[in-house]
Design a protein around this ligand. Structure first.
Ligand SMILES: O=P(O)(O)OC[C@H]1O[C@](O)(CO)[C@@H](O)[C@@H]1O
Ligand SMILES: [Mn+2]
Length: 446
C-alpha cells in the first residue's frame, strides 16, 4: 500500500502529506479516515429499515449502491490508487475535476492518497462521500452525519443553557456593557467551543459537559498565541460607509455553533456591526461542519426551549428576518483550495470580503487552509503564512488538532512539547491569530 512512503517526519516548509510515515497526515489517511468510512457504512446498514420508511422502498437498492461506492473508496484509499474524477452532476463537479486534472498534469502522474498533499486528499474524501449520495435519486439529500451532529447538540444542552442564560442576563442589564471584558469572554467561549468537533474524536460523543464559563477562565495558559487585543482594536474602529459587515466562517455544528451565535449576538448588541454574514458548508464535511440545515435545526431546537434560550431564539429570528444575519453556503468552502487561491478561484467571494470589518475563521481546518497546510517553522509570522490572503482584517479562533502552527515565540514550541508530546493533535491548546494591515505580531517572550 504505502510502499512509497518515507519513514520520516515532514520536512520544514513542505506541505503536510501522508507520504511521511511519522506524521499526523499518515496516521489520518492510514487509520482515521478508513474508520470514518466504516462508520458511514455501518450507519447505513443499521438504519436501512428507517431509511426505507422515510425515503421509500426503492431507497433499499440505493443504500446498497452507496455502501458499494464507499467500500470501493476505502479500498482505493488503502491501496494508494489514483484519485478518481467526479461524475454526478453537482455544481462544483467541474471545479473539482479541473483541479484533479491540472494537478496531475503538473505532477506528470495521477494524484495518489499516500503521495500527495494531505489538505486536498482529506477534502477529496469528504467530497467523494458526497458523490456516493449525489449519484442516487432518493438519497440525494441524505447527510450521513446528521444524527451525530444532532446528538452532540442535545448532549450539550446544559452547557448551552449556562452560556445562553449568561448572555441573556448581561444583555438585559441596564447601562452600557463592559465591551472589552465580554468580547474577550465570548471570543474565548467560541474558541474553546472548537474543542467539540466530531472528526477528531472519530465521531464519538464529544458533548460539552463542564460549566463553560468556569472552564474558560482556567484555560488561558493553553492559548499559545493570543492576539485578542489586536482583534479588539479592529472591532473598535469606526467604519464608514455603513452598513458595517462582519463575516463568521463557521466550523462545527452543535455547541460550537451556539457559542458562535452568542458571539454574533454580542457584536450586534455592542453595535460593532450592522450585518453579520455566516458561512457554512454546502455538503456534509469533516463529519460535524455546519450546513444550512444544521443552522435551521439548531434554531428550531432553541424555539422549543423555555426561558433565556427561548428569548435568544426570538432575537436571533428577528436578526434573520430583518436581514441583519444572513447564512451563506458557498461552494468554495468545500473545494480543494487553500485560501490564498480564493482571489483566483472565487473572485465574487473574495471581493465581498474586501468590505468586511473582520473575518472570523473558526476551527482547525480553516486554519490549515489559511496557512496552506505547510510545515512552517513554528516561529513563522502568521501574515507570511497567509501568503497574500488578506482581503480584510481577519482572526482565526482555533484549537490545535493538526501539526501546523505558526506565530510562536522562539523556544515556545519546544517548551510546550516537553509538557505534552501530543500538543499539536488533541485540541488541548489553542491560538487566536489575527492579521491587520498595519501591525505585525509581537512576541511577549516565553
Ligand atoms: O473541526 P475542525 O476544528 O476543523 O477539525 C477538523 C479535524 O480534521 C482535521 O483537520 C483532520 O483530520 C484535524 O486537524 C481536525 O481534527
Ligand atoms: Mn470541523
Amino acid at each position: 500500500m504505502a510502499n512509497d512512503c518515507i519513514d520520516a517526519i515532514t520536512p520544514w516548509n513542505e506541505p503536510l502529506s501522508a507520504k511521511y510515515i511519522r506524521s499526523f497526515a499518515y496516521h489520518t489517511v492510514r487509520n482515521r479516515l478508513p474508520v470514518t468510512l466504516t462508520q458511514v457504512i455501518d450507519h447505513l446498514s443499521r438504519n436501512k429499515e428507517d431509511i426505507a420508511q422515510s425515503h421509500g422502498e426503492a431507497a433499499r437498492e440505493e443504500i446498497k449502491d452507496v455502501i458499494a461506492h464507499l467500500s470501493k473508496l476505502k479500498n482505493e484509499m488503502q491501496t494508494n490508487k489514483p484519485l478518481e474524477p467526479f461524475h454526478a452532476n453537482e455544481a462544483d463537479k467541474q471545479v473539482w475535476n479541473d483541479f484533479l486534472e491540472n494537478s496531475s498534469i503538473a505532477l506528470g502522474r495521477p494524484l495518489l492518497w499516500f503521495a500527495d498533499v494531505w489538505l486536498y486528499i482529506e477534502c477529496y474524501l469528504y467530497r467523494r462521500i458526497r458523490e456516493a449520495f449525489a449519484l442516487t435519486k432518493l438519497l440525494n439529500d441524505y447527510d450521513p452525519f446528521r444524527v451525530q451532529k444532532e446528538d452532540a447538540f442535545t448532549g450539550s444542552l446544559n452547557a448551552i443553557s449556562v452560556v445562553g442564560s449568561h448572555l441573556f442576563n448581561l444583555c438585559s442589564l441596564e447601562g452600557p456593557l463592559d465591551a472589552q471584558k465580554y468580547l474577550m469572554q465570548f471570543m474565548k467561549l467560541s474558541l474553546w467551543g472548537n474543542r467539540c468537533d466530531l472528526s477528531i474524536s472519530g465521531g464519538k460523543d464529544i458533548a460539552q459537559v463542564n460549566d463553560p464559563l468556569e472552564m474558560i477562565s482556567q484555560l488561558d495558559n493553553l492559548i499559545l498565541v493570543n492576539d485578542l487585543p489586536k482583534v479588539l482594536d479592529v472591532l473598535r474602529q469606526e467604519i464608514s460607509p455603513r452598513p458595517v459587515v462582519i463575516d463568521i466562517i463557521f466550523d462545527n455544528a452543535g455547541y460550537e455553533l451556539f457559542t458562535d451565535l452568542c458571539l454574533a449576538h454580542l457584536l450586534m448588541k455592542l453595535k460593532l456591526t450592522d450585518i453579520i454574514r455566516f458561512h457554512g458548508k454546502k455538503v456534509p464535511w469533516f463529519i460535524s461542519d455546519v450546513m444550512k440545515h444544521d443552522f435551521n435545526w439548531l434554531m428550531n431546537e432553541l424555539s422549543k426551549q423555555t426561558g433565556p434560550l427561548q428569548e435568544l431564539h426570538k432575537e436571533w429570528s428577528n436578526f434573520l428576518s430583518r436581514g441583519q444575519w444572513v447564512m451563506h453556503d458557498e461552494f468554495f468552502w468545500t473545494s480543494p483550495y487553500s485560501y490564498d487561491c480564493m482571489e483566483k478561484t472565487d473572485q465574487a467571494l473574495y471581493n465581498s470580503f474586501k468590505d468586511s470589518k473582520l473575518l472570523i475563521f473558526k476551527g482547525d481546518l480553516n486554519y490549515r487552509k489559511l496557512v496552506g497546510d505547510m510545515n512552517w517553522p513554528h516561529t513563522e509570522d502568521f501574515t507570511t503564512a497567509l501568503r497574500g490572503f488578506t482581503p480584510a482584517p481577519l482572526v482565526s479562533l482555533r484549537t490545535i488538532k493538526a501539526d501546523v502552527v505558526v506565530g510562536l515565540c522562539p523556544g515556545q514550541a519546544e517548551e510546550v512539547a516537553k509538557a505534552d508530546e501530543d500538543w499539536l493533535l488533541t485540541g488541548k491548546y489553542a491560538v487566536i491569530s489575527c492579521f491587520t494591515a498595519n501591525k505585525r505580531n509581537v512576541c511577549k517572550g516565553v
